[in-house]
Design a binder for this molecule. Structure first.
Ligand SMILES: [Zn+2]
Length: 346
């Protein structure tokens, strides 16, 4: 049942169903914008909006509408039409799809990892923001406060309220639709390297002076020893096979699995190292290089420079879609109808 909407001042009388209390409230000076679902509107509570408590609603509230976050199967998640709805799910982690990062509006660096997960009913992709919660491949998890996202396809994304717990599950059946990786041997003929410097509290350092012994993080308002600043790199590599040339993304961990990167490395020195690599064994997944390895040594005494990273990684460079997911990750409350930018702290 629709809430009362006055189009003059654009205010809403609604029942506030945040987690711990139920109170009729009036939202004033909100904006309405077309929702992703055709014919519907999203309510935008902006920095100019206000809310106040009411003693009663001017329409009968339907108590069957609930904000309780429900346990759902993967198929239920894929069948429902309500975007940004939070769900709990029990699923098995099938495959690491990609690993990358993004920078929040406040400059905080955030890891982004994408997995394929499945239960006995279906398969869906899960984006994990921040630490990976020990998401081991082939383990079963009970995860709460995931959010459903539609961006060309339906997938799940973690929110800041996410909880992960490993569970024992004896049912090993699931409809696996694991995407396959491409394994090739190719020469690296081009590179464009980016470096991000990060403070110990995961803020991006904008002006990193390599020659200074200390560096200011504007977010922390603290000078850190240059030693503790983290260098995170990602790149685009152009590779040439016998019949093809393509440009792919590659992320920090995969680069570091074959190239030594010192604290004072620059984009130039990293690019030189990448372009100096011999013809390499390359694993490609979703337009990203997830594994990079030296060719099998032809002489027993020839050893690789560095041991290889066991986990495949890849990058996802910033996109506008990412920023919407990030807003979602940062959102408060059980439902995530909120501005895509300029998020109010109220
Ligand atoms: Zn900082």
């Amino acid at each position: 049942m629709p809430p009362a909407i006055s189009t003059k001042n654009c205010s809403l009388n609604i029942l506030c169903i945040f987690s711990c209390f139920r109170c009729p409230v009036q939202l004033n000076n909100v904006a309405l914008q077309p929702a992703r679902k055709e014919g519907e509107k999203d309510v935008m509570f902006t920095h100019q909006s206000k809310w106040s408590c009411l003693t009663s609603l001017d329409y009968p509230y339907n108590p069957t509408i609930t904000a309780t976050i429900q346990d759902q199967t993967v198929t239920q998640v894929l069948q429902m039409d309500m975007e940004y709805q939070r769900v709990n799910i029990t699923a098995k982690c099938i495959q690491l799809e990609s690993e990358g990062h993004n920078i929040l509006q406040d400059g905080t660096f955030l890891e982004k990892t994408t997995y394929t997960i499945a239960d006995t009913t279906g398969v869906v992709e899960l984006t994990v923001w921040g630490p990976q919660h020990n998401m081991n491949i082939d383990s079963w998890f009970y995860m709460t406060n995931l959010s459903r996202v539609f961006q060309g396809k339906k997938f799940l994304s973690t929110t800041k309220d996410i909880t992960f717990s490993t569970i024992a599950c004896t049912d090993t059946t699931h409809p696996i639709e694991v995407t396959t990786s491409e394994h090739i041997t190719a020469n690296i003929i081009g590179a464009k390297v980016n470096i991000t410097y990060i403070c110990p509290l995961k803020h991006q350092i904008k002006d990193m002076a390599l020659s200074c012994s200390r560096v200011l993080c504007n977010n922390c308002d603290i000078f850190y020893k240059s030693d503790v600043i983290i260098l995170h790199t990602h790149a685009k590599l152009t590779i040439q096979t016998t019949d093809n040339i393509k440009t792919l993304n590659i992320e920090n961990k995969v680069i570091r699995s074959v190239v030594q990167i010192s604290k004072t490395a620059t984009t130039d020195t990293i690019m030189d190292s990448l372009l100096d690599l011999p013809r390499m064994q390359i694993t490609i997944h979703n337009n990203s290089i997830t594994h990079l390895a030296y060719p099998e040594p032809s002489h027993p005494e020839t050893t690789p420079l560095i041991t290889f990273s066991p986990l495949a990684q890849s990058t996802s460079l910033s996109t506008s879609g990412d920023s919407e997911e990030l807003d979602l990750f940062m959102a408060d409350g059980p439902t995530d109808i909120q501005p895509k930018s300029d998020t109010p702290s109220a």
